[in-house]
Design a protein around this ligand. Structure first.
Ligand code: PHE
Length: 493
């Protein structure tokens, strides 16, 4: 079977930007900026973007494009012992997809509730009691929450129809789902800057609190955000690169994708903080207090702010439609990571059938997050997958390219096909900088998690989180060692 390809370069860029720009830009980025130093957060964020984000994104596009395979096949071609690193990456992608779709399911429920702005009385209790029907703790599962499960099913049906014909259907969908949320965001910005108090919000957003830079947690947050936001280390960008023709440009596409993504994050910050500034005036609270709500930002604080505006239904509908359209192209890009990786192994499978099985399996895995204790499980899975699996895969893939395959070899290929040539700095980044910085990051996170149990969850629940990291890691290391021995036995020294 011949491999599918993007219909044009624009479609590829739209798909890559669509994957990168997601809930992470509108919900995660602003709350991190608010929590970790306002304008000062931009410094570690931009450093992480340039020193780790862009080199790794370039690596992933290049590996996929050169090898014309998904994560498993590409790593195997780089070095036959490393196929199992691909399994590590797509296992993590599978877990992310399983909970990312659940957050979209919440968005869908909010979208429907927007018609009556149902949270206007008490937004917090609407989220926790009405939508999540949350139990007191992770040990009380509380049974399935059927509205969430049903909404999740709808989300998966939508995702399936985006990916069912591979690049052909994805290519048609991204033409709408990438610009649409940006238009909605612009409308919300116009609304925001015509409200009183928006400037207070912006001042808080941009005002740098320099002392934050001394806190290692701020740096860890910035680096993990770069991973999450650029969809790195989960096989997604490798898959998207593999649908390009092997002689297409890489360097320029990388810069365009990365810069557009960060520009959209900054832009989203202006929207979010304009509205928070308004809310602060209306409710006589400080922007700081509102921004400190953390993950509750998109589902508690922001909806509350929307309910205080004139025409609350309209702006709530726009906001949740924006989140849904932002999220869907990220969600299906993760499915594509699985699709691309698996089709290389079973290449007699039809894309339509394979996508169906993947969507079904990921939907089933998401049932756990649709229980009344779902939020706790989601929080745990997200914590471990983003802080450990992403970083570990990135370290190994940099070592694989930098030391085993040869950074220079890949750089030469990138320069052969690209208009903008990249210098030797890239090799240094891949060989030394990324593995060292990421290992330091991993050690910081590990010592924190071993010292204090994450969010005070009971040990058994955290052990589930640890097993999401340790099981694929050990599997990878065992397979690596086995294949290594096989090769050594075949070529005795
Ligand atoms: N980049 C997406 C976002 O910011 C999330 C994502 C992570 C997508 C990993 C694909 C792979 O929302």
């Amino acid at each position: 079977m011949t491999r599918q390809h993007w219909s044009s370069r624009t479609v590829f860029i739209l798909a890559a930007v669509g994957s990168a720009v997601g809930l992470g830009n509108v919900w995660r980025f602003p709350y991190l900026a608010g929590k970790y130093g306002g304008g000062a957060f931009l410094i570690p964020y931009l450093i992480a973007l340039v020193v780790v984000g862009i080199p790794l994104l370039m690596l992933e596009f290049a590996v996929g494009q050169k090898m014309q395979q998904g994560a498993i096949g590409s790593f195997k071609k780089l070095n036959p012992n490393f196929a199992s690193l691909g399994i590590f990456a797509i296992f993590s992608a599978f877990i992310i997809a399983s909970y990312y779709a659940v957050v979209m399911a919440w968005c869908l429920l909010y979208f429907l509730a927007s018609f009556g702005v149902k949270w206007s009385g008490d937004a917090e209790s609407f989220f926790f009691k009405d939508v999540l029907q949350i139990t007191e703790g992770v040990d009380k599962l509380g049974g399935i929450n059927f509205p969430i499960l049903f909404s999740l099913l709808l989300v998966w049906v939508a995702i399936y129809f985006c990916v069912w014909k591979g690049t052909k259907s994805v290519g048609k969908v991204v033409i709408y789902t990438v610009p649409l949320p940006l238009i909605l965001m612009a409308l919300l910005l116009i609304r925001g800057v015509t409200l009183s108090g928006f400037l207070d919000g912006w001042v808080f957003y941009l005002n740098p609190k320099w002392s934050a830079l001394a806190d290692p947690q701020v740096w860890t947050a910035a680096f993990t955000q770069i991973f999450f936001t650029l969809s790195l280390a989960f096989g997604t960008m490798i898959a998207y690169g593999s649908y390009k023709n092997s002689e297409e440009d890489i360097a320029k596409d990388t810069w365009i994708t990365a810069l557009l993504n960060s520009a959209i994050s900054l832009f989203a910050g202006f929207v979010v903080f304009a509205v928070l500034g308004y809310m602060a005036v209306q409710t006589s609270t400080s922007v700081e207090e509102l921004a400190a709500s953390g993950p509750g930002l998109a589902f508690v604080v922001f909806p509350k702010a929307l309910s205080l505006m004139p025409y609350p239904q309209l702006f709530s509908l726009l906001f949740f439609l924006m989140l849904l359209s932002l999220g869907i192209d990220s969600a299906f890009s993760i499915v594509e990571a699985l699709n691309a990786a698996i089709v290389d192994v079973w290449n007699n499978w039809k894309i339509t059938k394979l996508s169906l099985w993947i969507c079904l399996a990921t939907f089933i895995a998401g049932i756990i997050y649709s229980t009344r204790a779902g939020l706790y499980f989601l929080d745990i899975a997200d914590h471990f997958i983003t802080n450990y699996n992403g970083i570990l895969v990135a370290i190994f893939q940099s070592i694989l390219v930098g030391w085993v395959y040869g950074a220079e070899k890949l750089r030469r290929y990138i320069n052969e096909v690209s208009d903008w040539k990249i210098g030797k700095w890239w090799n240094i980044s891949i060989k030394y900088f990324i593995p060292i910085v990421l290992t330091a990051l991993l050690a910081t996170q590990l010592s924190k998690d071993l010292g204090t149990p994450y969010e005070g969850y009971p040990a058994w629940a955290l052990n589930i989180g640890w097993s999401l990291v340790v099981v694929p890691l050990i599997l990878f290391l065992v397979l690596l060692a086995r294949d290594w021995n096989k090769i050594r036995d075949r070529n005795p020294v």
